[in-house]
Design a protein around this ligand. Structure first.
Ligand code: NDP
Length: 484
């Protein structure tokens, strides 16, 4: 047998017997001196890292992004510069609320997290398959997710908590409408769009900025699952979406998305009819049309799920020169929360793992920490400033300066029209789509324990569109005339 093929312990010593524990005599007991057995059992106990609190169930793929239109007028980010230029990328799709083994075909937003390995370091767009979100201030996120997860007493999903929170948070109405529409259960991960959702700032070589939003449009076309079929598949093949993505790529049927951006001049943010930093709202494409940027193609499956998908770590704060953040309060909170989750879940050195490691060289003064498995900077200088030629800052890569004003306080957004855009979406749907939307909402709200929650929520639907609200009230058997 070749030495390369012999079974070893984790410390590289050959294993003599991998079928039988060492025992005292034929019957045993088992000897504690069987260190191979001890290590094998102990490592097995530690095979799982904590699953993500949200977006636990995921599927990933490698691919590339190719620039189809040079957007260097707006951004110096190299990933978007130079027609024909290709940047390797990795994507992770996910559901939000379910656990690691939960069913794929449930009604839930889908995570759409893209990591571009650019020559200026990694750039992550960590979005969803919806252009908006349920809340717009990160301070509400833990409460919101509690309502999406299991009730602490029953360990069951709790529709009363879900609708109680939403009815008290009318900014959720737009996203609730999208979630309850046909697009709430995509047919496959290939047949849905992706969105960066937040507003970011692009900055060009001249230091000029513009606000930007990202839209990944599926080239496979949008397809959704019928609710009854989705429920059936959830029982029969809970990994349906994961399997579909893997099989398509394995068969050479590479899924692709066109990336478009909406660009808003910086000064428009003060006058636009919606707050452009409010992630519960879209920018109308009639006001800010889609501009093509490039094409993303997924052409390679991971070799190892844990190493590449489970250990992949994305953060909206993983930015490169040419992309800055916006004052979006949900984004600002995520800048902390995502990397913090990865430090807890995967470790302080998560960015050194092969799936997360930039293709660009990493030079800094970070040292040590758990699982520091590279050479830890070797003998190089480990502080700055220094006299030994260590890496130095490049001022041209500072984020673009911006003005701030106002009094520091816990301040709410001052734009509270949560109804127009939800209503616009309702009015954009066909009669069949509206009927299914209403039916989905009625079925989801029926189990809500308190009548007052249903009534409060119906009032939100009514404000979005009188027909929309009336149909839901009727479906729930609630006489709205008495309650408006
Ligand atoms: P536009 O006509 O310019 O855009 C309509 C958008 O709605 C398109 O992106 C379309 O995507 C999308 N859409 C169509 N059917 C559905 C559906 N069932 N669920 C979710 N999205 C759908 O109008 P506006 O930009 O003025 O927006 C009107 C409404 O469209 C908004 O209030 C918002 O709810 C919704 N929307 C807007 C987006 C935006 O970026 N402005 C993005 C997505 C939705 P497609 O071409 O794939 O059908």
């Amino acid at each position: 047998m070749s030495i390369n093929n012999r079974l070893t312990t984790s410390w590289g010593a050959p294993v003599g017997d991998n079928q039988n524990s060492q025992t005292a005599g034929q019957r045993g007991p088992t000897l504690i001196q069987d260190v191979h057995l001890l290590e094998k059992l102990a490592h097995f106990n530690r095979e799982r890292v904590p699953e993500r609190v949200v977006h636990a169930k995921g599927a990933g793929a490698h691919g590339y992004f190719e620039v189809t239109q040079d957007l260097s007028t707006y951004t110096k980010a190299k990933v978007f510069n130079g027609v024909g230029k290709r940047t390797p990328m990795f994507i992770r799709f996910s559901t939000v609320a379910g656990e690691l083994g939960s069913a794929d075909t449930v009604r839930d937003p889908r995570g759409f997290a893209v990591k571009f390995y650019t020559e200026d370091g990694n750039y992550d767009i960590v979005g969803n398959n919806t252009p908006v979100f349920f809340i717009r201030d990160a301070i509400k996120f833990p409460d919101f997710i509690h309502t999406q997860k299991r009730d602490p007493r029953t360990h069951l999903k709790n529709p009363t908590a879900v609708w109680d929170f939403w009815s008290h948070s009318p900014e959720s109405l737009h996203q609730v409408t999208i979630l309850m529409s046909d697009r709430g259960i995509p047919a496959t991960l290939r047949h849905m769009h992706g969105f960066g959702s937040h507003t970011f700032k692009w900055v060009n070589e001249q230091g000029e900025g513009a606000w930007v939003k990202y839209h990944f449009k599926t080239e496979q076309g949008v397809k959704n699952l019928d609710v009854d079929l989705a429920a059936q598949i959830a029982g029969e093949n809970p990994d349906y979406h994961t399997e579909d993505l893997f099989n398509a790529i394995e068969a050479g049927d590479f899924p692709a998305w066109k990336l478009y951006v909406q660009i808003m001049p910086l000064e428009d943010a003060d006058t636009y009819r919606f707050d452009p930093f409010d992630v519960t709202k879209v920018w109308s494409q009639k006001d800010y049309p889609l501009i093509e940027a490039g094409r993303m193609v997924l052409d390679r499956n991971p070799e190892n799920y844990f190493a590449e998908v489970e250990q992949a770590t994305f953060s909206p704060g993983t930015l490169v020169p040419g992309v800055d953040v916006s004052p979006d309060k949900m984004l600002q909170g995520r800048l902390f929360a995502y990397s913090d989750a990865h430090r807890y879940r995967v470790g302080a050195n998560h960015n050194a793992l092969p799936i997360n490691r930039p293709k660009a060289e990493v030079n800094n003064y970070q040292r040590d920490g758990q699982m520091r498995f590279d050479n830890n900077g070797g003998g190089s200088v480990y502080y700055e400033p220094n006299s030994f030629g260590g890496p130095t800052e490049t001022p041209e890569n500072k984020p673009a300066p911006f003005a701030v004003s106002g009094v520091a306080d816990s301040v709410a957004y001052d734009h509270n029209d949560h109804y127009t855009q939800a209503g616009d979406l309702y009015r954009l749907l066909s009669e069949e789509e509206r009927a299914r939307l209403v039916n989905n909402i009625v079925n989801a709200m029926k189990p809500v324990a308190l009548e007052e929650i249903k009534i409060r929520q119906i009032h939100h639907f009514l404000k979005a569109d009188a027909e929309y609200g009336a149909r839901i009230a009727e479906g729930l058997g609630i006489a709205i005339e008495q309650n408006v």
